[in-house]
Design a protein. Structure first.
Length: 457
């Protein structure tokens, strides 16, 4: 085996999204994650380019978890000639399947709408990938177990370890010729409503760690008290509470918290509508994999029965026309698309409406614009005035904060040869670099997009 490994930073390097790390060795070439860029237009444009590597030489894709910015580029990879296995835990692949099918459907619908209404600069507007291409990709999925070393070749093996964050999520340990490469994926938080605490790596020669909240501590909010207050204000205003939400984990957490508040008599029996076909499918994943979360099946069924799940676009409009004060939870979490736009189109110009943002809002997304106080918002080719009250709860984030990240590294027994900070905006990356150097005195690198690093093994 050659005495070096080549690491290609094809995504999530000096930016938060588009996770892709190609590990080239003399035995196998392994892609860790294969995500889409989200947020700024200059990043989204990159999604349409082929990868700057020979895709035919990639042997295997290993997935940390099923979020779009970790799996959303897979159909494009397959289109470019990848024929190998796409490997993850069973719940990760179940989530990835839901996300790819839903994403393909949205891409096709948006391309059709843009062509009919002629608001795209492209003629014709094309979907990023189709349902057929998503289906073809899913046929290459292969599930593997947690906590088990699995050989890829004579000198290379990998292991998935539980990581909280969302159902199925893991960090990946890759053993190459006796050297341990650890890819954090997205690290969950301790004391999560639905998930167990993340496991911690115990050895890392080369550590690749996410830095989304590398410069922040989550506020120690009393989420239940804040939600109760916002709901009380919404009812008082005879308005609607719209919560744009990620379909995976955040939506299920919100359902659980709202159901708990009702059970404790902290909120009245206000109608709660979930408008997320993908979120409904994710609920099924919770049902299929009970060992991956903390919810009992009794609580799961009671929570589901308390909520109105919208099944059709017709029901979306019936919900908008319903004059009662209500809570509407709809995708997408960063207001980049999905059903939430239909509600905002009708209700964001009403002072009685409250929009509650409940997760990280990437730079360049409508969610970030709302968070920063824009007076108007553009979608479907038009501008809509923002007269609604915009609120934000960061403490519902599924990402570890700076203290959690430092703690996640605390069981590593050796001094890593190199620590690579990934998945972060520049201020977060730099603050986290300084913090790791001060805390552990480890050598830290912040790679840029398309950087290639050779490491000796």
């Amino acid at each position: 085996m050659n005495n070096f490994v080549k690491i290609n930073f094809l995504g999530a390097a000096s930016v938060v999204t588009g996770s892709k790390f190609l590990i080239e060795t003399s035995e196998k070439n392994i892609l860790i994650d294969c995500g889409m860029f989200q947020g700024l237009k200059e990043l989204r444009t990159l999604n349409w380019s082929n990868l700057p590597v020979n895709v035919n030489t990639i042997d295997t894709v290993l997935l940390t978890h099923g979020h779009l910015d970790h799996v959303g580029y897979l159909p494009r990879l397959v289109k470019q000639g990848f024929i190998g296995k796409i490997i993850g835990t069973a719940p990760t692949l179940a989530i990835a399947e839901i996300i790819l099918k839903d994403s393909a459907k949205i891409h096709e619908e948006e391309a059709n709408k843009a062509n009919q209404e002629k608001y795209s600069k492209h003629n014709p507007a094309l979907p990023f990938y189709t349902k057929f291409e998503a289906e073809k990709t899913i046929r290459q999925f292969q599930a593997e177990l947690l906590n088990k070393w699995i050989p890829l070749s004579t000198n290379i093996s990998y292991r998935f370890q539980y990581n909280g964050h969302i159902i199925g999520a893991t960090f990946i340990e890759l053993d190459i010729n006796g050297k341990r490469f650890v890819f954090s994926g997205d690290i969950g938080r301790p004391n999560d409503y639905l998930l167990e605490n993340p496991k911690k790596p115990e050895w890392a020669d080369f550590l690749f760690i996410e830095s989304t909240y590398g410069n922040k501590l989550h506020p120690d909010d009393n989420i239940e008290a804040i939600l109760s207050q916002i709901i009380s204000e919404t009812i008082h205003k005879k308005g609607n509470l719209i919560i744009p939400s990620f379909a995976v984990e955040r939506l299920q957490t919100l359902m659980y918290v709202l159901w708990k508040l009702y059970k404790k008599n902290k909120i009245p029996n206000i109608p709660i509508f979930i408008d997320s076909p993908m979120g409904n499918n994710v609920l099924e994943v919770f049902k299929r994999f009970p060992k991956w979360h903390k919810l009992s099946m009794a609580d799961y069924h009671a929570m589901c029965n308390h909520i109105n799940c919208i099944q059709s676009y017709k029901e979306t409009w019936e919900t908008i026309d319903d004059k009662r004060s209500k809570i509407i939870i709809a995708g997408s979490g960063m207001v980049t698309g999905g059903r939430v736009l239909t509600y905002l189109q009708q209700l964001i110009d009403e002072p009685s409406t409250t929009v509650l943002l409940v997760g990280y809002q990437v730079e360049g997304t409508r969610g970030r614009q709302l968070q920063e106080g824009v007076h108007e918002i553009r979608f479907f080719g038009k501008y809509y005035p923002v007269k609604a009250t915009i609120k934000s709860i960061e403490s519902l984030s599924a990402h570890a904060d700076q203290n959690d990240l430092l703690d996640w590294m605390s069981n590593i027994k050796n001094i890593p040869e190199k620590v690579f900070l990934i998945h972060g905006e520049s201020t977060a990356l730099d603050a986290f670099r300084v913090k790791i150097e001060d805390t552990y005195n480890w050598q830290v690198t912040i790679p840029k997009l398309t950087d290639v690093e050779k490491v000796m093994i």
